[in-house]
Design a binder for this molecule. Structure first.
Ligand code: OAD
Length: 259
């Protein structure tokens, strides 16, 4: 794979980089993106109808079942070559921050340290009443599908008895302030931002690459499809993240190094 020489040169000396990821980075691990049509059990649903507080209030078992099904899917998936290349880059760049819109844990499992989860995670649910965190039992949520179809009653909070809700940001909810602050600081400081596998249509997350670009960062997009970011990106690398990212890593950092 050939990359523009000015991009390779810039990356060789970069000190502060943000890797901004969306669902596309996990697509090759088998996790559907938000623009993919749901299949199987969930065929007749639209994520935008399930991922809201109102939906959870109206039908907690449906929404909890949906998230436990997704958690199970993630637990059965493995990080792909893009997650691994991103984790490996951190050994070569003095300051690398992963800012992800994804609620899976594939960046962490590939070795990235403390990624910023803008939209929360599947693995830290909390009480809808008192907001205390709830520890999920270890292992896979087997009951989903096998025992109860797609419906599953959410556990109850050990403290106040409220229902446990997924630890994600739903449509219409604010992003947690500390999470936003970390992401915003990183994009304001970075010299390069790599935007990987995001349609860049959901705000405020989609604002972050624009902030970086306005402050002079070089914006690089990795996506097989065209998106609105194309106009602002200095470099558009059209392709699958699992192919482009390891090749980019190889071209910039791996050549001539032992091992
Ligand atoms: P989307 O599903 O909107 O977009 C996925 C992007 O990944 C698309 O632009 C695809 O072209 C691209 N893509 C697909 N396969 C790819 C691959 N193998 N390599 C690289 N790119 C690939 O996902 P997001 O942009 O992450 O929010 O969506 C943003 C937010 O919208 C989500 O976090 C979620 C959703 O509503 C909340 O839940 C709050």
């Amino acid at each position: 794979m050939d990359f523009p020489p000015p991009l390779i040169e810039r990356l060789r000396t970069v000190r502060r980089i943000v890797v901004f990821t969306g669902a596309g980075v996990s697509a090759e691990s088998g996790i559907p993106t938000y623009r993919d049509k749901l299949t199987g059990l969930w065929e007749r649903f639209d994520p935008e109808d399930l991922d809201t507080r109102r939906a959870f209030k109206a039908d907690p078992e449906l929404v909890w079942g949906w998230y436990e099904w997704r958690r199970r899917n993630v637990m059965q998936s493995e990080p792909n070559a893009a997650h691994r290349a991103i984790a490996a880059m951190a050994n070569h760049v003095p300051e690398l921050t992963v800012v992800t819109q994804n609620i899976d844990d594939l960046h962490e499992r590939a070795g990235s340290v403390a990624p910023v989860h803008l939209h929360g995670t599947l693995f830290q649910p909390r009480c809808i009443g008192c907001a205390r965190p709830h520890a999920l039992p270890p292992g896979m949520p087997d009951e989903v599908e096998q025992v109860v179809g797609y419906r599953l009653a959410p556990p109850r909070c050990g403290h106040c008895g409220g229902r446990i809700r997924p630890g994600v940001v739903w449509f219409g909810e604010r992003l947690p302030r500390d999470v936003w602050r970390r992401a915003d600081m990183a994009v304001r400081r970075c010299e390069v931002i790599l935007c990987i596998g995001t349609s860049s249509v959901v705000y405020p997350a989609a604002e972050l690459p624009l902030v970086a670009a306005r402050r002079g960062a070089v914006l690089v997009q990795i996506n097989p499809e065209s998106t609105g970011l194309e106009r602002v990106a200095q470099f558009n690398l059209a392709g699958q993240a699992g192919e482009v990212m390891p090749a980019l890593f190889e071209a910039v950092w791996a050549q001539g190094q032992p091992g």
